[in-house]
Design a protein around this ligand. Structure first.
Ligand SMILES: O=C(O)CCC(=O)C(=O)O
Length: 269
């Protein structure tokens, strides 16, 4: 089956519905649900209660306190909804990028015959009310200068509606790269100005649906106003014409390529 990726080239983003096999999504979700306890265990010594009704508010209070900057940086990253590195390195998370239909879409959108993926992927758990887990308006390039070009794939592991939130993209915001700097909390960059831009909430979305967008498209997290945890994955891919100076997975061979002595990770040099 061929997929039409013209909307991606025209708009800088596109949603594909029911693209990824549900059994692949289910094993990823199951693994993240199981590993949630390891993330909660890291936060427990700070007083974060593990219950869904409390965790988001507890994290928010800790990160708003004057001494928030004394919290270990890796822990701050976990508090803002990113699973710890050992979870992100779990091979089960590669079930989704190995989906055949997904790979067809990505190859077409990147105009490539081989796919590469930045390692590790991002796995997120956004508790209700954990507003610090929301990434402010940004272009993905600002966090990923190590890849010469790439696209991002965002995919939910739970039902996404206006309450649970998801991603808001800003139409026609991908004409140029904007400069930005790290915010005081040290996790996210300062939010870009979106005045005058048209926001598009990518809701609803279901497990198996994917959103792809280019490296310049401004987007932000929606808040989770529901009473459930928002589990999602985001993966970054590049093709034959591009390179990375960090670890990446060659999806044709299944090999992870490490940066070489020139600081460049590219198997086709
Ligand atoms: O999942 C989210 O809340 C934000 C995702 C995002 O900003 C990204 O994938 O670049």
């Amino acid at each position: 089956m061929d997929f039409d990726t013209q909307p991606f080239f025209r708009d800088g983003f596109q949603i594909f519905r029911g693209l990824v096999a549900l059994d692949r999504v289910a094993v990823v979700k199951q693994r993240l649900e199981t590993r949630l306890n390891s993330a909660l265990d890291l936060m427990r010594p700070l007083g974060v209660r593990p219950e869904v009704a409390h965790a988001g508010g507890d994290i928010r209070a800790l990160l708003a306190a004057p001494n928030a900057q004394s919290i270990d940086m890796d822990l701050r990253v976990t508090m803002t909804g990113s699973f710890p590195l050992d979870v992100r390195l779990d091979p089960v998370l590669l079930e989704i990028p190995h989906d055949e239909n997904l790979q067809r879409v990505l190859k077409s959108a990147l105009n490539t015959s081989h796919l590469r993926m930045h390692m590790p992927p991002m796995a997120r758990f956004i508790f209700p009310g954990n507003f610090d887990a929301g990434v402010p308006p940004h272009q993905d390039v600002s966090y990923n200068h190590h890849m010469s070009n790439f696209l991002t794939l965002w995919t939910p592991l739970v039902e996404i509606d206006e309450a649970c939130g998801g991603v808001t993209v800003f139409r026609a915001s991908d004409r140029t790269e904007f400069s930005t700097q790290l915010s005081a909390l040290g996790v996210w960059n300062e939010g870009l100005d979106t005045e005058g831009l048209e926001p598009v909430n990518c809701t609803p979305m279901s497990p198996g649906d994917v959103l792809i967008f280019n490296k310049l498209l401004i987007h932000r997290s929606m808040p989770n106003l529901s009473d459930r945890i928002r589990f999602s994955m985001d993966y970054r891919f590049f093709g034959d014409q591009d390179s990375s100076s960090k670890h990446y997975l060659d999806l044709s061979t299944g090999q992870v390529i490490a940066p070489n002595e020139t600081g460049r990770a590219s198997s086709d040099e």
